[in-house]
Design a protein around this ligand. Structure first.
Ligand code: GLA
Length: 528
């Protein structure tokens, strides 16, 4: 019955394809006409005994049939959708062999499920509502986005989470005592930010029911059903809250209801929580590590005790060098700075912030510079479909996030998808750099005389990847002998954006790099 319904919905979705989407898909992702390519990472982490599901990311022409050999007890595969779900009751590494077949051919790849205490063995990938719907977000937008992401086949490339950002709860009315605490605060020693009261007039109401359960606002009345519908499409769903009583947008957060909210999130079916410091600053005694860690440890433990895997995203803008301790709060990712905006200065600053922090990155521990400013990201600044980054800059941004092993959260409004944005999101060779199993992050290794920066990271199974970034406002000619970063052999070099081999047995490369542009290469030891 469930399958029939699924087939009908897929039919419905294909039937309702707009010409817009079809044209864009054709122009941006030629792999839709190709044989299967399995884009899953090498390892997938789950907590032992916790429910999870995983949509196999496989690009290529549909229809496609999936099979998995050696699937361990506790997990099942839906052969039509390619979703694996269930739980693993014993710690261990379970290696399976995935096969995907379509009219054009068959692909096989192994994947190891690692049951233990680690989640997100590769950086989380998904979409966030913040830059596409901003303060006007509604559950209908989230569902619409999930359907569109499916139409565009984004899950074939690993885009798996839809994160509902601020503001999905209610704002207390002006008389509510919650506001007075902020009025009497005299000295703001610890960072504190919230909007309101009265900034979201259509989202004012009771914040919790008589049992203290968090109440979604009127635009999220059917949140549990929306989560189910999105799961049904093969995507995970993320939610947003604050350790303070108010989120940054000024709606209800989790203060003093942390355990209850963690339970509510798990029961509703959420797979991911972004936990944003915002108004909590008023309750932190000082900037000591203990005070900074306290609210995150509380929520991290509460999430870990839920019956399903929930990824925990710490959002406190890098305070107290969170990259050093975020994992101790059971977080898998942590914001390393302020919000990144769609201008080069902000984006370049985010790269540089991470130039020397690669030591803190490993599978399950990710530095998060912020949501990707790709495509139409103007909602938060109330500018609709705009993006002030040009194509070179957006390509550098995506490349650098991949080099830095940063979580990939699309900022774009998917309703406004264009060929360029889709092509940035569907290059599986570039994404594979981000999802590399070694889980290293690139660091800035060398700067050439003309200011071209050489960022590099090692890859699983040997080889490494290099980004030649041009931060200047002029085109630059880069002469890059690999020996300057200590790589003395001869290499097989591939341009990842062009998916083109540049030579075998190379010891150097020279290239023209546009202003704010990048050349993204993979280098493997020369093949004989
Ligand atoms: C903060 C966060 C953003 C977003 C907004 C929502 O600014 O850093 O990513 O979640 O709050 O209000």
């Amino acid at each position: 019955m469930k399958k029939l319904f699924l087939l009908l919905s897929i039919f419905y979705m294909i039937g309702s394809f707009t010409t817009h989407a079809q044209t864009i898909i054709k122009a941006a992702s030629p792999s839709e006409n190709e044989k299967p390519q399995i884009n899953s990472p090498v390892f997938f982490g789950t907590r032992t005994g916790k429910e999870f599901f995983y949509q196999l990311p496989v690009s290529g022409q549909r229809p496609m049939n999936f099979d998995v050999a050696n699937l361990p007890e506790g997990l099942t595969l839906d052969k039509v959708t390619g979703v694996i779900s269930g739980k693993l009751e014993k710690d261990g590494a379970y290696k399976v062999s995935i096969s995907a077949q379509n009219k054009k051919g068959k692909a096989i790849k192994s994947l190891t499920f690692v049951a233990g205490d680690k989640l997100a063995l590769t950086p989380p990938m998904g979409w966030s509502s913040w830059y596409s719907y901003g303060r006007n977000v509604k559950e209908a937008d989230i569902l619409k986005t999930a359907k569109l992401m499916k139409q565009y086949g984004l899950e074939h490339y690993g885009w798996s989470i839809l994160e509902i950002d601020d503001p999905w709860t209610n704002q207390p009315d002006e008389q509510d005592p919650v506001w007075s605490a902020f009025k009497t605060k005299t000295e703001n020693k610890v960072y504190e930010y919230h909007e309101g009261p009265g900034n979201l007039t259509d989202r004012i109401g009771a914040t919790r029911d008589q049992n203290g359960v968090l109440l979604p606002n009127k635009y999220f009345k059917n949140i549990a059903q929306t989560v189910k519908d999105i799961h049904f499409l093969g995507f995970k769903v993320g939610i947003y809250s604050s350790p303070g009583p108010l989120t940054c947008g000024g709606v209800a957060g989790s203060y003093q209801h942390e355990l209850q909210d963690a339970e509510f999130f798990a029961k509703t079916g959420f797979d991911y929580l972004k936990y944003d410091w915002c108004s909590y600053g008023i309750f932190a005694k000082d900037n000591s590590l203990e005070e900074l860690m306290k609210p995150y440890k509380l929520m991290g433990t509460a999430l870990k005790n839920q019956p399903r895997d929930i990824i925990f995203s710490l959002c406190q803008y890098g305070m107290g060098e969170v990259w050093k301790w975020g994992h101790e709060a059971d977080g898998q990712l942590w914001r390393t700075g302020d919000d990144v905006r769609d201008n080069w200065k902000s984006v370049y600053h985010a790269f540089k912030t991470l130039a020397d922090k690669s030591a803190y990155v490993q599978p399950g521990r990710w530095n998060d510079p912020d949501i990707l400013q790709l495509g139409a990201v103007g909602a938060e600044s109330r500018e609709g479909n705009s993006n002030h980054l040009n194509h070179q800059e957006q390509t550098s941004l995506m490349s650098m996030w991949c080099l830095l092993s940063a979580p990939l959260l699309i900022g774009a409004n998917i309703e406004q998808m264009d060929v360029f944005t889709l092509s940035l999101l569907t290059n599986n060779e570039v994404i594979a750099i981000n999802q590399d199993a070694l889980g290293k992050a690139a660091s800035l290794q060398h700067t050439l005389d003309n200011k071209i920066e050489i960022w590099s990271k090692d890859l699983y199974g040997g080889g490494f990847t290099v980004g030649l970034l041009n931060p200047t406002d002029q085109e630059q000619h880069a002469e890059f002998p690999f020996a300057v970063i200590g790589k003395n052999s001869s290499y097989k070099v591939r341009d990842l954006w062009k998916k083109k081999d540049l030579g075998n047995g190379l010891k150097e490369i020279s290239a023209k790099i546009p202003p704010h542009g990048i050349l993204l290469l993979s280098l493997q030891k020369k093949s004989k």
